[in-house]
Design a protein around this ligand. Structure first.
Ligand code: SF4
Ligand code: SF4
Length: 194
């Protein structure tokens, strides 16, 4: 008799606990139902970057004197530089002269976007940009050959998402055109709006 009463009480206690936990869960769910939306429909809506956001580099190949200061500052050794002979800055034009810049590449499999490479640059030609998307199909594509981009007049790669969405989203089209014009973007204001 005593044991059946204990079992009955346990049964109702379990039901009470179940309803209590459902109500607690529903209260949390309802709270978020009426909270402001924090996600956006990217890429249809443009991302707002934090003021000091560090994205894929913008590199001005014509100003680089291949001094290796950035590569030496890099904590993960992911900057590769080669030149045919010493380079120096022409004081009249502000451009690099002398030997040819044979290679300036960054391996984004290793880069951690710390920005340390930008600080010692004597010609201010390597910048942290505002592009965040470096999706690719191969590991090789994660190594960006910036000197080759420079030969095409680009400072940074055109992201895949820009290639794919430019014709249907105005701000992406404008951003793609900005990259293709070789304009450096180091602040959010440099990225074209909607
Ligand atoms: S951001 Fe940091 S990890 Fe990336 S290349 Fe520059 S120094 Fe190296
Ligand atoms: S520190 Fe500047 S000038 Fe020197 S190699 Fe790096 S990017 Fe070029």
């Amino acid at each position: 008799m005593h044991s059946s009463r204990v079992a009955r009480e346990g049964y109702f206690a379990d039901i009470y606990q179940m309803f209590k936990s459902i109500l607690i869960g529903m209260r949390i769910t309802l709270k978020y139902c009426f909270s402001p939306v924090v996600t956006i429909k990217y890429p249809f809506e443009k991302i707002a970057f934090a003021p000091r956001y560090r994205g894929i580099h913008e590199f001005e190949a014509d100003k680089c004197i291949a001094c290796d200061a950035c590569a030496k500052a890099c904590p993960v050794d992911c900057i590769y530089i080669d030149k045919s002979a010493p380079r120096k800055t022409d004081k009249k034009t502000g451009k690099a002269t002398g030997g040819e810049l044979l290679r300036y590449a960054i391996d984004y499999q290793k880069c951690m976007f710390c920005g340390l490479c930008t600080e010692p640059c004597p010609t201010d030609c390597i910048h942290m940009g505002k592009n965040h998307d470096l999706s690719s199909y191969t590991r090789e594509d994660m190594i960006v050959e910036f000197h080759e981009l420079g030969q095409k007049g680009l400072n940074t790669p055109v992201p895949l998402w820009a290639e794919r969405n430019a014709d249907r989203i105005p701000w992406v089209q404008a951003e793609k055109e900005r990259i293709e014009r070789g304009e450096v973007a180091t602040t959010e204001a440099d990225i074209p709006g909607l």
